[in-house]
Design a binder for this molecule. Structure first.
Ligand code: ZN
Length: 299
């Protein structure tokens, strides 16, 4: 019997390589959202009708970092009225004044994907494959979630098919979605097609299930809100004690609150950006305090 002798260094290298592979594999295992690359087309069957789809609207954070080559935000906004919590990413967008990080509304349409196709080098039709949960590469098929912009071309097309149909339903036909172009020039085209039976047993989709599926896969990031005044209780001038929610509704920070932030920034050697609203001031102050675990009493 021979024993494969490896040095500690070799063992560790192998260990790191395996860990890295597992991490990357995990990323490609996420087959939740529907996704098409340039010049691909998908044959899909909607699992919710258009009126129900309009009820799935949620605020969503979606920011792609071109330098890092990855999504830096890709989740439901906790501040959506359906959820009603304070959102970490909204705070960050406010704090950094990053417009691209702000949430915007999206609609969600669950679809059954019969297949995704592209044209091969010889003009033949090729089925697009993806890794499944088991890591095995096979043709794309199954339930996926379409994430749509409310005023976008695909939503408009689905609406047209809905109004034009005899039975006011998009559930009685299949559709072909074609993606052309990339980046800002991306366009999607929708055509209808006769129904192909689905062999799998599918869960029945409702508005609630669509929303909870999205939240499950792209969970919102809520802030734990202390139910105390974001600004320390004031001394003699008798400024009203505020809850965070009340503070966020107010327009502008007061002189006193601004000077608290300036002092805190100085103390912590942080650069100072003037907050535009009372809400931003409250968030900044709370972030500074939490990050450095200090109170105004120490200023
Ligand atoms: Zn948010």
């Amino acid at each position: 019997m021979t024993v494969d002798l490896k040095t500690d260094e070799e063992l560790m290298q192998e260990f790191e390589r395996k860990a890295k592979e597992a991490k990357e594999a995990n990323k490609s295992f996420d087959n939740f959202f529907f996704f098409l690359k340039e010049d691909e087309k998908a044959v899909v069957h909607p699992l919710l009708n258009v009126p129900q789809m309009t009820l799935t609207e949620l605020l969503y954070h979606e920011k792609y970092d071109h330098i890092a080559g990855k999504m830096v935000a890709d989740h439901v906004c906790a501040a959506d009225t359906k959820i009603g919590m304070k959102c970490k990413t909204c705070q960050e967008a406010d704090f950094t004044r990053d417009k691209k990080l702000k949430a915007s509304p999206r609609l969600f349409l669950p679809v059954y994907v019969h297949g995704i196709y592209k044209t091969g080098l010889l003009g033949e039709t090729v089925a697009v494959t993806a890794k499944g949960d088991d890591g095995v590469e096979r043709p794309v098929q199954g339930v996926r979630m379409l994430k749509l912009k409310p005023g976008g071309a695909l939503v408009d097309s689905f609406k047209e098919f809905y109004y034009d149909s005899d039975d006011r339903s998009i559930l009685t036909s299949d559709f072909v979605i074609t993606r052309r172009g990339s980046g800002l020039d991306t366009t999607y085209q929708l055509t209808s097609r006769k129904l192909t039976p689905i062999k799998e047993q599918l869960a029945k989709y409702t508005v609630e299930k669509a929303i909870s599926d999205v939240r499950l896969h792209r969970e919102e990031q809520a802030v734990e809100v202390p139910d105390v005044d974001p600004f320390e209780p004031t001394d003699t001038q008798g400024e009203p004690s505020l809850t965070v929610a009340e503070a966020l509704d107010m327009k502008a920070p007061t002189e006193k609150q601004l000077s608290s932030i300036v002092s805190l920034c100085k103390l912590l050697d942080k650069s100072y950006v003037e907050p535009l609203s009372f809400g931003q001031a409250a968030n900044m102050l709370r972030n500074l305090r939490e990050e450095y675990n200090v109170t105004l009493a120490e200023v």
